[in-house]
Design a protein. Structure first.
Length: 211
């Protein structure tokens, strides 16, 4: 692994960051997810956090990281439009894994947003972008700022979509380190981990329904 001062890396030029991250990611690609998490907690700077949607397979990432750092802040952005089963799933996993949960929401309630803007998600691409800015992007930025996070974990995987197919394990995003230890996992890997550790899927998976 290259010898890198990660705090200084944030201050370097974009070109230097790209070159150094490429070398680091080449090493990280050869590691297991568990090894990646341990490496990140040892080498990346500052306060850590884990962002979770509490989606269908979220128990894997939550379990993987909290087995190494039980007290890590877990951030969830509550849009106000989650299914009741999702709130129940959040409560259940928080209790099962003893999560240090931090819930963030938009400054305007869902009802107030609809009164002002209508149902943004029905208003084409621009409406969806505005909905995401209000309910996901801004609350997440506020969470990272208030919790003074320098490095954060996410459970994104390349297999999930074409837009994620080329994501690296480690990246710099908005001046913070973003770390994706499950990036190369397949659905089969997820299923095996859930089974091995007796972890649940989201309850709506069986119904084929999810927001």
């Amino acid at each position: 692994m290259p010898d890198v001062n990660f705090s200084q890396l944030l201050q370097q030029s974009k070109v230097d960051q790209i070159l150094q991250l490429a070398a680091i990611n080449a090493e990280l690609e050869a590691m297991t997810a568990q090894q990646r998490v341990a490496w990140a907690l040892e080498h990346l700077p500052g306060q850590f956090a884990l962002a979770s949607s509490f989606g269908i397979q979220s128990a894997v990432m939550l379990h993987l990281v909290t087995q190494v750092q039980p007290s890590i802040p877990v951030i969830v952005t509550d849009t106000g439009y989650l299914f009741p089963e999702t709130y129940q799933f959040i409560d259940s996993l928080t209790k099962q894994l003893n999560l240090n949960l931090h819930v963030y929401r938009a400054e305007q309630s869902a009802a107030w947003q609809e009164a002002r803007f209508g149902q943004l998600w029905t208003q084409g691409l621009e409406g969806i972008k505005q909905y995401n800015r209000i309910n996901k992007v801004e609350p997440m930025r506020r969470a990272l700022d208030e919790l003074q996070v320098s490095s954060w974990f996410s459970g994104l995987r390349r297999e999930q979509s074409d837009t994620r197919a080329s994501l690296p394990v480690l990246a710099i995003q908005n001046g913070l380190f973003k770390f994706l230890p499950l990036i190369d996992w397949t659905n089969q890997d997820i299923e095996q981990y859930l089974s091995a550790h007796q972890l649940p899927y989201h309850p709506l998976k069986a119904e084929g329904t999810y927001q």
